[in-house]
Design a protein around this ligand. Sequence first.
Ligand SMILES: [Zn+2]
Length: 305
Amino acid sequence: MIQNFDSLYDMMEAFPDEQSCIDQLRSIRWKESAYCPHCGSTKVYHFSDNKTHKCGDCRKRFSIKVGTIFEDSKIALRKWFVAIYLITSHKKGIASTQLAKDIKVTQKTAWFMLQRLRHASQTRSFNQPLSGCVEIDETYVGGKESNKHKNKKKKGTQGRSTKTKTAVIGMVERGGKLQTKSVTNVDSSSIIPIITDNVEFGTSIMTDEFRCYRQLSDRYNHRYITHSVGEYVNGDIHTNTIEGAWSLFKRGVVGIHHHISRKHLDKYLGDFTYRYNTRHLGEGERVNDFLSGCGGRLTYRKLVS
Ligand SMILES: [Zn+2]
């Protein structure tokens, strides 16, 4: 049976040991029926140690952790659960130094755990195409050229340039889901395919007047406001929802991780997007939702390559 809880304290009470965490993971992952992570067979035998299983078809032995981000990890599931609680409940994300202190692991271990959790949240946030009314806008993460001394500024790095900053495209349904993606170049040939991949054709799209968005009118009901002349709202045409999401991202994630490498930006974006998209869930529901999507392990070698 899946246990519910609504605070960190209640979670620790509900899962006092490794076995209770295994039981919870099993209830969540095997909601319909037990299956083999190697071949998918549902002919599964259970050993009396209450944690080992064997496939009746491919004959392989496995635990509930096989095929998840917890596979090959010596860290107790209870510590993973606390890490998931912290990462999903803290709106501003959590730094590896803080997680290390909170669950008593080394910073290297905490960093690795966070990367695995981010990987899991990222692969989950890309699912259904967006529809309804979708606001789209880009934001720029990285070097703030305007704050640097004049003679240290690189030429042509202001505004929409990506010479020192990384551009991120955000697409959000009003009252619904957010999707984000970093791009190397901010031009139509980079932006338009991301939008057509993620937004249902025929959807109403709201943007600002940036010329790269102009081509959207071929496939969408595209409306835009003209920021450059001080126009921010025109009836129901505005981009306030996506701008609100960006300011949350900047105050939180960018505020904590001041120097985000391009390599890791997508993971932080996935993390942020996941929290944004589960904002209606209670703390415990969010942990259980996370656990239901913990499949797909990330090896250290793959992570650092
Ligand atoms: Zn099997």
